[in-house]
Ligand binder design. Structure first.
Ligand code: SAM
Length: 213
């Protein structure tokens, strides 16, 4: 997501500090939530639409919404802050690059990871940056609880096919898969992201897979 640099970004982010996990975290990331609940992680939350909608609908888990772009995270934080009179107790943001996931997130602590419309990195030489590349899957294996789940959505057929190959090579079980999410039984309960909304309005099919670790 290319975004224009936010004016006074650092000050605006600081004004939402109660929703932010510092990087590096000063304690176990689970301790930034008021209640102990299963932990979910969204990687690349962009402007935070999915994170805000999901956590306002579902209160059975805590969500860490991770984003490497501080400009996108700034929008997401302000959105979360504006969406509630009190600070949401099940949502925290974390501005960091997923390349360093295992430095920040404890082993066997996460029940579900969401990858929504991750950058496809279509050029051949950049495939190692795709968030379903084997090196990322190995990090997910470490932080997920045994039997934890990865839920991927994308509009990009090339990224999706690459991802399915990576899942198979890693010996993972794809429990559910669709090549047209919005016209499938996986649409029930689906929380639409900003990118998804755009692609659906353009008539593009959405690919999705749920992968058990
Ligand atoms: C195409 S946007 C999708 C945003 C949002 N998930 C949606 O569906 O509307 C991808 C987002 O992932 C973030 N991202 C890409 N690689 C990342 C990484 N390694 N760690 C954290 N965030 C990343 C980008 O900065 C961008 O905001």
């Amino acid at each position: 997501m290319r975004m224009r640099k936010k004016k006074h970004g650092a000050e605006r982010i600081a004004a939402c500090a109660e929703l932010l996990i510092p990087c590096p975290p000063e304690k176990d990331i689970r301790e930034y939530f008021e209640s102990e609940r299963p932990l979910h992680l969204e990687i690349g939350c962009g402007k935070g639409g999915f994170a805000c909608d999901l956590t306002s609908r579902e209160h059975g888990f805590n969500l860490v919404a991770m984003e490497r772009s501080s400009d996108a995270a700034c929008v997401a934080l302000e959105r979360a802050k504006a969406s509630s009179d009190t600070r949401p107790d099940n949502l925290r943001f974390f501005i960091a690059n997923a390349e360093h996931l295992t430095d920040y997130i404890p082993e066997k602590s996460v029940e579900c990871i969401y990858l929504n419309f991750s950058d496809p990195w279509p050029k051949k030489g950049y495939y190692k940056r795709r968030l379903t590349y084997t090196a990322f899957l190995e990090q997910y294996r470490k932080i997920l609880v045994p039997g934890g789940m990865l839920k991927q959505k994308t509009d990009n057929q090339g990224l999706f096919e690459f991802s399915l190959e990576q899942f198979a090579a890693a010996g993972l079980t794809v429990e559910r898969v669709t090549y047209d999410l919005h016209n499938s039984d996986m649409a029930e309960g689906n929380v639409v992201t900003e990118y998804e909304s755009l692609f659906v309005s353009q008539g593009k099919p959405i690919y999705s897979a749920w992968v058990r670790f």
